[in-house]
Design a protein around this ligand. Structure first.
Ligand code: FES
Length: 83
């Protein structure tokens, strides 16, 4: 299933089997990431609306209103803002 990602006002398409970071990179949207595996928290963003799922348990700490875009896969249309 394909979902729409609103990332800082920019609309992207993202399938449920790719991460939000994958969709950003496919669309040539640059964003700082380091570990790409949920450890460092560098990619932490604010989840304004929608739901995501994680294939692996995120190690970095973040609040319920945040997400790690390097490992987050959308399960609905989402609105995300960077910090
Ligand atoms: S880049 Fe390290 S947690 Fe996402």
């Amino acid at each position: 299933m394909i979902h729409t990602i609103d990332f800082n006002g920019q609309k992207l398409q993202c399938s449920e089997d790719e991460t939000i970071m994958d969709a950003l990179e496919r669309s040539k949207v640059r964003y700082d990431v380091e570990c790409r595996s949920g450890y460092c928290g560098t990619c932490r963003c604010r989840l304004i609306e929608g739901t995501v799922d994680y294939d692996s348990h995120p190690i970095a700490r973040f609040s319920d209103n945040d997400l790690l875009i390097c490992i987050a896969k959308p399960t609905s249309n989402v609105v995300v803002e960077s910090y």
